[in-house]
Design a protein around this ligand. Structure first.
Ligand code: BES
Ligand code: ZN
Ligand code: ZN
Length: 517
């Protein structure tokens, strides 16, 4: 979808559809929607006499969020169709609502077979939003709402696509801000859709090598520093936990390091870590057939941090950001890890593998220890880590947030508020330490079936704290996002498209772009 910005009147656009909006409680008195309404009037040029006024007067359209009405131009305007999309109550207007409304309208236009669409910048008019934020959200919504995954279809390109989206703004003073917002919206949406694509790809099409190669290719393309460690280097580093998870698979592990400013010498403000299990069978602690079905999405955390870092590099984020993504496949073979095995992590902490299905925390443990060499101010990890998080938060509703630092938590919750990706803070009580006590090793990797969320976070905390030994400014502020149950969307609604969600990408970008250093 090619996106351009013009300083013109929306009702004068000769396209397959023009998109305008209405709030639930704002009368159609002025602005672009009123201009279109007047142009669609039966009595020439009389305000309030047009087809949109008719819709609202009859109660056929109320302006509720994601409501869409289709009107035909009938030769009264150059456009074939008019789509009116609801923004909901004006006082509840937000970037998230703009993204959703934009997505809904664009998808409707796409399904009608429209190729060229012109849209107002939702929220920038009567909504009173900063035009740059409004444009960013309008474009983000359009591009993520129109996302389709066709790569595994034999007829990949038999689908409808919008070729061109023209954003129309009549106020010249807003044009520059809108153009900046469009660039940002494109970068953010591209990142969300990239993460979605990696999650959607079948696990035989996307193994650790493929995901690492994809990351390297895309990083190289935009001049972002990317290092991919192979099995030999991982072994040399002593990443015993990562290797223990990987050893049952025919596909070797990878460890990806992205860095937005490798040469400046200052510590990163933010270090991101994403769980990259390209398929989680559970290993010998095997999952049920049902439980395994969505486990190609067990690399959604890695996808989110890589895609977000690509976007942050493009957006020239003012901070140094490092992203780490340990990538493995958790499989079964004669060489696979057994329940009861004791392994030595990179940190030197020994771990009894009580359950081979609790593999995410193992690969994160080595990544957290590796992160130490960067001396980051803050570490945020994101992972599809525990089924109990999905159970507690509700599938597709929210991710859990667990942190040792209130300030970092507040920044993440605020980023989550702007991104529309829900996070909810859960505790890190000291009592969870008891759950991971082992009779044989320093710790074990599960805390039994009860207390699974706290125990998983406490396991990670051991490695965050271990990094503290002898280092100043340690332990770093650390936050853990458990996005189990959030990797896939079950419905197509607003910006969500059934399938991979791209969850986390917008929040991580928002976090890195906002807040104090
Ligand atoms: N990848 C799973 C967690 C998961 C479950 C993600 C459902 C998305 C949906 C993780 O590796 C896992 O299997 N965790 C175990 C931990 C347990 C053995 C302590 C779980 O949640 O059952
Ligand atoms: Zn598992
Ligand atoms: Zn897993």
């Amino acid at each position: 979808m090619n996106i351009t910005v013009v300083c013109k009147q929306i009702q004068a656009q000769a396209v397959d559809a023009i998109v305008v909006n209405l709030c639930e409680d704002v009368a159609l008195a002025n602005g672009a929607s009123a201009a279109v309404d007047t142009a669609l009037g039966s009595t020439d040029g009389v305000p309030g006499s047009g087809a949109i006024s008719r819709l609202t007067a009859l109660g056929d359209f109320r302006g509720r969020l994601n409501e869409v009405a289709l009107i035909y131009g009938n030769g009264l305007i150059p456009a074939t169709r008019v789509l009116v999309v609801g923004l909901g109550k004006s006082e509840a207007l937000s970037a998230e609502r703009v993204r959703q409304a934009s997505a809904t309208a664009i998808r409707k236009a796409r399904d009608l077979g429209c190729k060229r669409v012109a849209s107002v910048v939702h929220g920038a008019g009567i909504g009173g939003m900063d035009p740059r934020i409004a444009a960013r959200a309008t474009v983000d919504g359009a591009l993520t709402g129109a996302y389709q995954f066709r790569e595994h279809r034999s007829k990949g390109d038999d689908t409808q696509r919008i070729a061109e989206l023209v954003l129309v703004e009549h106020d010249r003073a807003k044009i520059d801000a809108i153009k900046s917002g469009v660039r940002e919206g494109e970068a953010i949406a591209t990142a969300v859709n990239t993460a979605r694509r990696w999650v959607n790809l079948a696990p035989n099409a996307l193994n650790p090598q493929v995901l690492a190669d994809e990351a390297r290719k895309q990083a190289q393309h935009i001049g972002l520093s990317c290092e991919v460690l192979g099995e030999a280097e991982i072994r040399q580093l002593g990443m015993g936990a990562l290797l223990a998870v990987s050893q049952g698979s025919a596909n070797p592990p990878r460890f990806v390091v992205l860095d937005t400013a490798p040469d400046i010498g200052t510590e990163p403000d933010l270090l991101l870590i994403g769980k990259g299990v390209t398929f989680d069978s559970g290993g010998y602690s095997i999952k049920t057939a049902e439980g395994m079905l969505t486990m190609k999405g067990d690399m959604a955390g890695a996808a989110a941090v890589i895609a977000a870092t690509l976007a942050l590099h493009e957006l020239k984020a003012p901070r140094r950001i490092v992203a780490l993504a340990p990538m493995v496949e958790n499989m079964i073979s004669g060489g696979a890890t057994r329940p009861g095995d004791v392994i030595t992590t990179m940190a030197g902490i020994t771990v009894e593998i009580a359950n081979t299905d609790a593999e995410g925390r193992l690969i994160l443990a080595d990544a957290i220890h590796y992160a130490k060499r960067f001396r980051p101010r803050a570490i945020v990890d994101i992972a599809t880590l525990t089924g109990v998080s999905a159970m507690a938060m509700g599938e597709g509703v929210a991710a859990s947030l667990i942190s040792n630092n209130d300030g970092l938590c507040a920044r993440l919750l605020s980023a989550s508020e702007s991104s529309g990706e829900r996070l909810w803070r859960m505790p890190l009580f000291a009592e969870y330490a008891d759950k991971i006590k082992s009779d044989y090793a320093d710790i074990k990797n599960t805390g039994g079936s009860k207390g699974g969320l706290g125990a998983s976070a406490y396991f990670l905390k051991r490695f965050v704290d271990h990094s503290a030994a002898g280092e100043q400014s340690f332990p770093p502020a650390w936050a853990h996002i458990d996005m189990a149950g959030m990797a896939f969307a079950s419905d197509t609604r607003g910006t969500s498209v059934r399938g991979a969600s791209g969850f986390g990408v917008r929040t991580l970008i928002e976090l890195a772009l906002s807040g104090e250093r």
